[in-house]
Design a protein. Structure first.
Length: 430
């Protein structure tokens, strides 16, 4: 009986201890969650800065040099980047139109050519020159014979009228004269053909472009149709990409499209030149060509591109310069500057909704961020990598960057890879 009573007391004590430990764990977890929420609130961070003593706090640190811009609420149309490649507008193989030996080929692979001016290759003129001389001599002979036949025709015509020559004699002479007229016309056509071949002994390009392949060398014998060189056009170039069916219905010829050439890291304006109505069945995409200037040969066939296409209706969004979005593996942040002397900053976690030209449309991830990141708010464009919540900021040294005083409107500039080493989020190009 006594043993059972002791066991009951031990069991009760164990249960009480278990509940006590569990309650303490739940309480500690609740305090941890509460503390994390407080620490993550930018306003709480600013209001609870240490008053003094101990380690150096953000407010005790020297004011950080930064460059700032302005957040705006504006109408933004969602965009979708699509990858493609540069293609030539025209490509052709230039062939010989006459037969003969190549005397010289005056271009190399990569040489520029001008339409109708640059001589690609020259064919030996000797035999064609002799053929022309022979034909000119034949025409002179026929012309002499024609004059004789014409004189005989006129003489017989007069004799027939005086009843001295018969009708048959006159008809035979008239037929001989008309035959010589036909022979002269035929000989003149042959000479014209030879003259046209003479013009084509120097082979030129039908359009301005670049030589990409040579097929012949000096001394080689060509026949009509033999390939000489391959050329691609210059001046204009296409960026071609496959556009999903959900986007292609909103496109039309002439629509402006910005194209980024990945190898150069530069964006160029273009316009839609062609929308092919026959697409790939499996992927449900349609080829679209955007016409660009080749920038005097800077853009070359085969370069990879990223073109930004409209992907929906316009929406009102908060937008900031692309430089204002600090992107790290754990998310994106925009640092907002508070008015004061000195000015201070707070981080606002954001989601990048879409790209709008050189700006990002962003959405704050919490209520405190939405209160800070509003239309007209000042945001840090450069120098955010080393900031801490509540840290003082000052203008950036103009000798180090094209910066302006805080509070002034600043023009956005391309992102500096040294300042912004991170990559852009999915659906936007940094």
């Amino acid at each position: 009986m006594l043993k059972d009573r002791q066991q009951s007391r031990v069991m009760a004590a164990a249960i009480a201890l278990t509940f006590l430990i569990g309650g303490a764990g739940i309480g500690a977890w609740g305090v941890h969650v509460w503390w994390q929420e407080r620490v993550g609130d930018p306003n709480w961070q600013v209001d609870h800065k240490p008053a003094g003593g101990g380690d150096e706090t953000p407010s005790d640190q020297p004011a950080a040099p930064v460059r700032v811009g302005t957040a705006r609420r504006e109408s933004v149309r969602p965009e979708k980047p699509l990858v493609g490649r540069l293609q030539e507008v025209h490509r052709t193989t230039i062939g010989s139109e006459v037969e003969g030996k190549v005397l010289a080929i005056d271009v190399e692979e990569g040489s520029p050519v001008d339409a109708g001016k640059t001589v690609l290759a020259s064919i030996d003129k000797t035999w064609l020159r002799l053929a022309r001389l022979k034909q000119e001599a034949r025409i002179e002979v026929i012309d002499v014979q024609l004059r004789k036949e014409k004189a005989d025709r006129d003489r017989l015509k007069d004799l027939r009228q005086r009843k001295v020559a018969t009708e048959r004699e006159y008809s035979d002479q008239l037929a001989a004269y008309e035959q010589k007229v036909a022979e002269l016309k035929e000989a003149q056509v042959v000479l014209e053909n030879l003259s046209e071949q003479w013009k084509r002994l120097d082979i030129t390009s039908p359009f301005s472009g670049w030589v990409i392949r040579r097929h012949v060398e000096a001394g080689q014998w060509l026949k009509p149709g033999s390939p000489v060189v391959d050329i691609v056009s210059r001046g204009r170039i296409y960026a071609e990409m496959n556009v999903p069916e959900s986007l292609v219905t909103g496109l039309e010829r002439g629509m402006p499209i910005n194209v980024t050439v990945n190898a150069l890291g530069r964006t160029f304006p273009g316009k839609i030149a062609a929308i092919t109505p026959y697409g790939a069945t499996a992927s449900r995409t349609y080829p679209v060509r955007v016409e660009l200037s080749d920038q005097n040969g800077l853009l070359m066939v085969g370069m990879s591109t990223t073109a930004v296409f409209p992907a929906g209706r316009s929406q009102e969004r908060i937008t900031v310069s692309r430089d204002a979005v600090l992107i790290k593996p754990d998310g994106a942040t925009v640092w907002v500057a508070h008015k004061g002397d000195p000015m201070t900053v707070s981080p606002v976690p954001v989601a990048v909704v879409t790209r709008a030209g050189d700006r990002y449309a962003v959405e704050p991830l919490n209520g405190a961020g939405r209160n800070l990141l509003k239309h007209g708010a000042k945001v840090v464009l450069e120098g955010a990598e080393r900031l801490r919540p509540g840290q003082a900021i000052r203008k950036m040294d103009p000798n180090l960057a094209d910066a302006k005083w805080l509070g002034e409107s600043t023009a956005t500039r391309p992102a500096d890879p040294a300042t912004h080493p991170t990559t852009a989020p999915t659906g936007a190009s940094r």
